[in-house]
Design a protein. Structure first.
Length: 284
């Protein structure tokens, strides 16, 4: 099986996230469903979009006061967590299926960021705007009411409204006291940042499984969002080399040196590229 993402998936993903699109106009749901095609090439994206729209219609139908955030949150929680019974997958947290929104919807299981994405997209369609909050080790959603008051919601905990103190305890538990909550941990993130974090989660899982073929596909997608990321180019070079794609690895090593000529490892990478070029020449 080819190590590269199909050009069709790359083009479809690029059409949704390319730099010319204002971040707030990025279709987060379709972008997440598009990168899920690395696992499910024939995925019917519009089927899942329609399902999200149906969930939103059910939420909107039971909201009694659209200006009352507590009422909107209660409606979202009732549909998603009581009726549909979505759950945080604490048992098998690192299952890659937790990162694909179609699998999350089919299995009713997810991790904080994918459950947050679903919560945000259903909420938005029901007229309740929400934003992602990229706390270290966890992910939340935030709503601003008309007076500027904020509500922090934990979709992994069945839509519980949490306080800053709750977040402090969460960070302390996750990092065993090595990291303390900072104010910027609770700032909202962009849609591109959210998609990149989802892809980074997947990359980490695939690397831990030594599934380099899938890992390089994920890096391809990250580089669609941030094409000028030297570290991602360098990692793709190493992954391509491990997969026997010497010409692709050489191209990435050389690109890395061009992008980061003053990096501490630039000379080492330059020498690796030279050795690889000689190796390729001997094979021809």
């Amino acid at each position: 099986m080819a190590a590269r993402v199909s050009s069709e998936v790359l083009q479809a993903f690029a059409a949704l996230v390319q730099s010319g699109i204002e971040d707030e106009r990025i279709d987060l749901l379709r972008a997440a469903l598009t990168f899920a095609r690395i696992e499910s090439p024939q995925l019917d994206i519009e089927h899942y979009v329609h399902r999200v729209e149906e969930l939103a219609q059910r939420v909107a139908a039971i909201i009694q006061d659209a200006d009352d955030p507590a009422d909107c949150i209660a409606a979202l929680n009732r549909v998603l967590f009581q009726e549909e019974m979505f759950l945080g997958n604490a048992v098998n947290y690192y299952d890659p299926r937790n990162s694909f929104i179609n699998d999350v919807m089919d299995r009713r299981l997810g991790i904080p960021i994918t459950l947050s994405l679903l919560y945000m997209e259903v909420g938005r369609r029901a007229g309740f705007p929400l934003f992602g909050v990229g706390m270290p080790g966890h992910f939340l959603v935030k709503h601003y009411d008309v007076s500027g008051h904020t509500f922090l919601i934990d979709a992994f905990e069945r839509g519980a409204v949490v306080t800053e103190e709750d977040c402090r305890r969460k960070v302390n538990n996750i990092y065993a006291g090595q990291i303390t909550l900072q104010p910027h941990f609770l700032l909202t993130v962009t849609r591109r940042q959210m998609l990149t974090r989802m892809l980074n989660n997947l990359r980490t899982i695939y690397l831990s499984q030594r599934d380099f073929r899938r890992a390089v596909q994920v890096v391809d997608l990250i580089l669609v969002i941030y094409p000028r990321s030297p570290e991602d180019v360098k990692q793709r070079a190493a992954l391509r080399y491990n997969l026997g794609d010497n010409s692709g690895a050489l191209a990435d090593f050389e690109e890395y040196v061009k992008m980061a000529p003053d990096a501490s490892d630039a000379e080492e990478v330059r020498q690796s590229a030279l050795a690889l070029r000689r190796q390729i020449a001997m094979m021809n």
